[in-house]
Unconditional design. Structure first.
Length: 339
């Protein structure tokens, strides 16, 4: 079914209108208690494969259902406000027109989440509220890139270069689309990249997900991609994938963070890991501290010891990981990668 038709078929549905088939993902939580979440910040979720009884009659297959964990004590106010950054942007095609490499949100609803309705969902109601937000999305049937990397590297293998080029070109295309609408994802990493069979020919498609950390510069009327940092505040998702110019500034009345090439840096980090394979380390010999990163400490990829990749891909990884954003390549390099 087309996205608009599927969204229309799902409109008004609640959890009882879905057959929950199996749990396929979850973040930062352990059923039966909150011991594993003592140091957790932000929104977490469980993901299930479901089938909509309403849409099945029109030919729709399995879908993904994301159940937001409404953590008592951390989340306050209206549920729609709590989880706005997770789905509202994806629902508003005026703010972000649809793109084939960016997840789309088909339906959102509030309902009760309990263990008798959801397999493996077993939380103390004193810690996790039963009423929460559910987000319905297309199902990415090949899983996430992190799991695919683990499977590949454990087998002592590398991604074939044609496949790697296509995936990276698609990811950079998603970044270009976000930039065109002044949006920064701020959490690009292998966990947040899904793989999907595409079309009748089974062409693999990359899908960027999880917009819980995104920054909509137009919505907040920022100048370009520059965000004031008067006090300490969250700067994005996984620190290891945030650009140095995002991580290093100290809060102050005149401090501004420039996010323009942050997502490009994250793609560079991911590409470097894919090219390096099982032996991947931090690209900089100075360690994991972005404050110490210097171009002179960049560790060139040993292509001869890896998947036999071309020098061109190594040059792209190097260009995306320039410490000075003024010298850094940007997502427009996708036209060079996809040949």
């Amino acid at each position: 079914m087309e996205v608009d038709a599927l969204s229309a078929a799902l409109a008004g549905s609640k959890l009882a209108d879905y057959d929950v088939l199996r749990k396929i993902g979850g973040k930062d939580v352990t059923p039966g208690g909150m011991a594993a979440t003592a140091t957790m910040h932000g929104v977490c979720s469980y993901v299930y494969t479901v089938r909509s009884r309403r849409a099945a009659a029109a030919g729709a297959g399995e879908l993904a259902l994301k159940v937001m964990l409404n953590l008592l004590g951390e989340q306050t106010g209206d549920l729609r406000e709590q989880f706005e950054s997770e789905y509202a942007l994806l629902r508003d095609v005026r703010r972000l027109p649809r793109h084939q490499n960016i997840v789309c949100c088909l339906h959102v609803f509030d309902d009760l989440a309990t263990g008798d309705r959801l397999p493996g969902y077993d939380f103390d109601p004193q810690d996790v509220a039963e009423r929460t937000t559910f987000v319905v999305m297309p199902l990415c049937d090949r899983g996430d890139l992190k799991a695919e990397m683990k499977r590949t590297f454990r087998a002592g293998e590398f991604f074939p270069e044609p496949r790697l080029r296509k995936l990276m070109a698609q990811l950079l295309g998603a970044v270009l689309h976000l930039k065109a609408h002044r949006i920064v994802h701020r959490d690009i990493k292998a966990d947040n990249i899904m793989l999907q069979s595409g079309g009748e020919e089974g062409e693999e498609r990359l899908v960027l997900i999880d917009f819980g950390q995104c920054l909509d510069c137009a919505l907040f009327e920022l100048s370009g991609f520059r965000m004031p940092l008067p006090v300490q505040m969250p700067r994005g998702g996984a620190p290891g994938f945030l650009a140095p110019e995002v991580v290093t500034p100290r809060p102050g009345p005149r401090t501004v963070i420039d996010y323009e090439k942050n997502d490009d840096w994250a793609v560079g980090m991911l590409l470097y890991s894919l090219l390096a394979g099982p032996a991947a380390t931090n690209p900089f010999s100075s360690g994991d501290d972005p404050r110490r990163f210097a171009d002179a400490d960049y560790q060139p990829l040993d292509l001869g010891a890896g998947g036999g990749y071309s020098e061109g891909l190594a040059e792209v990884a190097r260009g995306l990981l320039r410490v000075n954003p003024a010298e850094r390549m940007d997502a427009a390099v996708r036209t060079y990668i996809y040949i």
